[in-house]
Design a protein around this ligand. Structure first.
Ligand code: AMP
Ligand code: ZN
Length: 134
């Protein structure tokens, strides 16, 4: 827990939320500035700013809960989004997974996808480097 963290305060109940789910390790609630109907956040109770700060055991329930919320919203199309760092659009420094229904072209998440040209030699070198560390 971090005393200054808005999502830790939501978990504690010091700030109200529309809570959808709670267990020992996970908390889920409606996003207060939704991109579409049903936009929800699923968060580990463990406080950490980035995904890499969270122990594996605190992440295990996250996707099943996001999946359940997607199902109960009735969304046929949706995005799961998890931002890490300011330049990657993270505003709240407590790890959170967005479940964002995509009902049409204008509502929900809009994505820029600046695909780069493939250089197979560079890709293979990167692959070898990462694989050796994993
Ligand atoms: P991100 O840009 O990934 O850090 O997203 C932060 C999200 O938290 C935004 O979608 C906000 O609308 C949402 N948010 C911020 N404060 C609250 C709050 N008190 N209750 C619910 N959602 C919130
Ligand atoms: Zn926190």
């Amino acid at each position: 827990m971090s005393a200054a963290c808005i999502f830790c305060k939501i978990i504690k109940g010091d700030i109200p939320s529309f809570k959808l789910f709670e267990s020992d390790k996970v908390f889920a609630f409606l996003d207060i500035q939704p991109l579409s109907r049903g936009h929800a956040l699923v968060i580990p109770k463990y406080h950490g700013a980035k995904l890499t700060d969270i122990p594996d055991e605190d992440l295990q329930e996250i996707l099943p809960v996001a999946k359940k919320i997607a199902q109960v919203t009735g969304a046929e199309d949706f995005n799961i989004l998890q931002n890490n760092g300011r330049i990657a659009h993270q505003v709240v420094d407590h790890v959170h997974f967005h479940m964002i229904p995509k009902p049409n072209q204008t509502e929900g998440l809009g994505i820029e996808w600046p695909a780069q040209d493939t250089d197979m030699d560079k890709l293979k070198a990167l692959f070898e480097e990462l694989k050796s560390k994993i």
